[in-house]
Design a protein around this ligand. Structure first.
Ligand code: HEC
Length: 107
């Protein structure tokens, strides 16, 4: 099934005259204070995309990290906090600009 899918994908790619170059998903986590931890503790199970496509708030990341740690991510207490802040800073809630700062007069 997977092999068939791969074969079909390859065949499709080969047929296109000038194949538009698809941007490869990032193979690792973006630079930052938690990158090394994430590369060590998160990459051996799944693609970084699972994390990088998220927009979680602090509680959301806390829950996810707790779940991943339960499943075997080797993260200690200090690393957990670093990682949560790192993930929150890069993959935090996407707040629409108008609602970004309640109480701030509109420009
Ligand atoms: C022991 C293997 C394992 C490790 C280590 C691991 N994960 Fe996961 N992760 C999983 C599995 C299994 C899923 C579920 C995949 C699915 O739903 O298809 C998952 C799903 C996720 C998701 C999507 C679901 C959600 O809760 O939003 C995120 C985000 C995530 N992992 C982040 C991380 C981060 C960050 C780390 C490093 C701290 C990590 N994972 C380490 C196994 C792991």
């Amino acid at each position: 099934m997977l092999a068939a899918l791969v074969a079909a994908t390859v065949a499709l790619g080969a047929k296109a005259a000038a194949p538009p170059k698809r941007v490869a998903p990032a193979a690792t986590y973006p630079a930052g204070p938690g990158q090394a931890i994430a590369e060590r503790a998160c990459l051996f199970c799944h693609s970084p995309m699972l994390a990088t496509q998220q927009a979680k708030d602090s509680t959301g990341w806390e829950k996810t990290l707790g779940q991943m740690e339960k499943w075997g991510a080797p993260v200690n207490g200090a690393e957990h906090d670093t990682l949560r802040q790192y993930l929150l800073a890069r993959f935090g809630p996407r707040v629409p600009p108008a609602a970004a700062a309640p109480g701030t007069p509109a420009k």
